[in-house]
Design a protein around this ligand. Structure first.
Ligand SMILES: Cc1cc2nc3c(=O)[nH]c(=O)nc-3n(C[C@H](O)[C@H](O)[C@H](O)COP(=O)(O)OP(=O)(O)OC[C@H]3O[C@@H](n4cnc5c(N)ncnc54)[C@H](O)[C@@H]3O)c2cc1C
Length: 311
């Protein structure tokens, strides 16, 4: 097995990981390596085609892919080594990780390790929803990957579960794929986003926001045919061939748990001090791995702040 050594090893090439890598290079670390299991670096913004990225860190508003490209080129210019299609599987020591990539297995040790593995939306299985297991069920993240990266056919009529910022991103992605959003459901009394975002999206894409409405069951044999929901006036079925589960985030804490780092009971994120250091000396965590969920620029600013804090 190949063995190697770097000064700083960062898992996750999203905004947080890339910004931290640039900060590490600027503070004088010679060998800084960032790895990501995806085929390309950039994290979530890479497949989030709409605008809304970069305000607080780059002082302009741009699309997700442009924002990701900006961080990738800044990291490469700074001399960061980026390894894509490379997954950190487990720990190989207190400050060492076991990796797998198309080149085979590798063990990398470092003087500092940063976990910037992000968060994901809870999918259907994690939400304990009754019903069958037909085709046509996504999270916003998997929908965006299917539409923007793999250019797959999605369906014709969608119901979105959840009414947070990311749910409006799902509406735009569905429209891009030629899918009509027929309803957005939330058990809450109102949506949990900004009013202009809701009004603008609802006006443009013409869907019904159904508040105080709870998903009970997904219907359909091979393909989704509808959802059974509970509303204040009783149960009803909404016909659709696509269901998107949005928001309801869970931190991607696999490595933190495997490393027996202290995890918060309430957020399921690794516990960090004011320097973003976890319960293991030399191991740091930041970005959306630390809940609650934040925007990309906030995650990148956390990464950049390592320059002044401890790198
Ligand atoms: C649909 C959607 C729309 C959004 N729209 C906006 C918006 O308009 N504006 C905005 O500011 N923010 C937006 N956000 C939020 C923003 O994308 C996130 O805040 C940001 O991407 C978080 O950055 P991060 O670096 O913490 O994590 P991520 O971007 O999630 O990156 C984490 C990376 O870690 C990698 N990884 C995880 N585990 C491993 C492992 N074991 N080995 C190797 N690699 C690993 C993953 O592949 C991933 O690339 C949106 C999010 C979504 C889902």
């Amino acid at each position: 097995m190949k063995k190697s050594e770097v000064d700083v090893l960062i898992v996750g090439a999203g905004p947080a990981g890339l910004a931290a890598a640039i900060a590490a290079k600027q503070s004088g670390f010679a060998r800084v390596r960032v790895l990501d299991r995806e085929r390309e670096a950039g994290g979530v913004p890479r497949h989030s085609l709409h605008t809304g990225y970069g305000l607080r860190d780059l002082h302009r508003v741009m699309s997700g892919p442009k924002y990701a490209a900006r961080y990738i080129s800044k990291a490469l210019e700074a001399g960061v080594e980026i390894s894509t299609s490379t997954t950190a599987l487990d720990w190989a020591g207190d400050l060492a990780l076991a990796l797998t990539s198309p080149m085979g297995l590798e063990e990398v040790s470092a003087s500092q390790i940063l976990l910037a593995t992000g968060a994901r939306e809870r999918g259907r299985n994690a939400r304990a929803i009754a019903g069958t297991r037909p085709v046509g069920i996504y999270t916003t993240g998997s929908l965006q990957q299917s539409v923007y990266l793999r250019h797959q056919e999605i369906g014709t009529r969608a119901v979105i579960i959840g009414a947070e910022h990311v749910s409006f991103s799902a509406v735009m992605t569905l429209a891009h794929a030629g899918v009509q959003t027929v309803a957005m459901l939330t058990p809450e009394a109102r949506h949990q986003s900004y009013f202009p975002l809701h009004w603008g999206t609802a006006l443009r894409y013409r869907y019904a926001l159904r508040t105080k409405t709870k998903l009970l069951e997904i219907l359909g044999r091979e393909r989704v045919s509808g959802v059974r929901v509970a509303t204040p006036s009783g149960e009803e079925v909404i016909e659709c061939d696509t269901v998107v589960f949005s928001a309801d985030w869970i931190p991607d804490n696999e490595l933190a748990r495997r490393g027996s780092l202290q995890i918060s009971e309430s957020t399921k994120s690794p516990i960090v001090n004011h320097l973003y250091e976890t319960s293991r000396s030399g191991v740091f965590a930041l970005g959306n791995l630390l809940m609650p969920i934040k925007s990309a620029d906030q995650c990148a600013l956390e990464g950049s702040s390592l320059l002044s804090k401890n790198w």
